[in-house]
Design a protein around this ligand. Structure first.
Ligand SMILES: [Zn+2]
Length: 255
């Protein structure tokens, strides 16, 4: 059932590299965040091992690592089910992030060192470049670095950890669709816009851009969640329904 989880290049790389478990975790995470592995669907270890061209052991270990992060959950004798955040949970996380990040950027607009802000410019450019190239993992990684480093400039390490945790509990669905529609590029450009507002010491504009950016992230989640309901390539509708009801979930990512 799981075709298209990866590509030939990736399989070759996996077979050749030494730190197999880490590589498998990376490849599985990529398949999850890009939506190639669907919420509610149970994937068996032997099937994934065959798909990635490796033995079952590193795949099982990798899935257990991802289960700790809440991206998947073990299903006895069957494999691992891809978990799915509920709309309520995504709304709550969005609200929390707005409560924390919007006033923080307003504060940064008033007192951040302009050189420290400009040091984030290459990261903002990288986010845009990744969005243009459709490099989803690169996008997610750069986006995470940008937001956490920016928040760190406010000097509150606990605040950074809270946001890191909130981000870990969410996941973007339908990223590939967004790449096709160029919507990811539009969202990517907001990072540059935010830096411009901060460097200009324009607290109100920084506040507005950040609020809009977080709103877009929630919109992206909503898009993916629609997609999840008609996930093809799998299993019993009951599994999907069950997955929709549960609260657990999530994982890496953001807009
Ligand atoms: Zn972002």
């Amino acid at each position: 059932m799981a075709k298209d989880l990866t590509d030939a290049t990736m399989v070759t790389q996996l077979a050749d590299r030494p730190s197999l478990r880490a590589e498998v975790v990376g490849a599985l995470r990529a398949a999850l965040v890009a939506g190639r592995m669907k919420p509610g669907v149970v994937y068996s270890v032997p099937m994934l091992a065959a798909e990635f061209g490796v033995s079952a052991t590193p795949v099982r270990e990798a899935m257990l690592d991802l289960a700790k992060e809440g991206l998947v959950e073990a299903v006895r004798n069957r494999g691992f089910r891809v978990t799915e955040p509920t709309d309520r949970m995504l709304d709550e996380i969005t609200e929390l992030r707005a409560l924390i990040e919007v006033p923080t950027v307003a504060r940064l607009a008033r007192d951040a060192d302009p050189r420290a802000l400009e040091a984030l410019r290459p990261v903002a450019q990288q986010i845009i470049a990744c969005a243009r190239e459709g490099d989803l993992l690169g996008y997610l990684d750069a986006d995470r670095r940008f937001h956490l480093r920016l928040l760190a400039l406010a000097g509150n390490l606990e605040l950074v950890e809270v946001v890191r945790h909130l981000r870990d509990r969410t996941r973007l669905y339908g990223l590939e669709q967004l790449v096709a529609q160029d919507r990811l590029v539009a969202s990517a450009q907001e990072h540059d816009e935010l830096l411009n507002a901060l460097v200009a010491r324009d607290a109100e504009r920084a506040r507005a851009v950040m609020a809009r950016h977080i709103g877009h992230i929630r919109g992206i989640w909503a898009t993916g969640s629609d997609r999840a309901t008609d996930a093809h390539g799998s299993p019993a509708p009951s599994a999907a329904a069950e997955a929709r009801e549960q609260r657990s979930v999530t994982a890496p990512a953001d807009g």
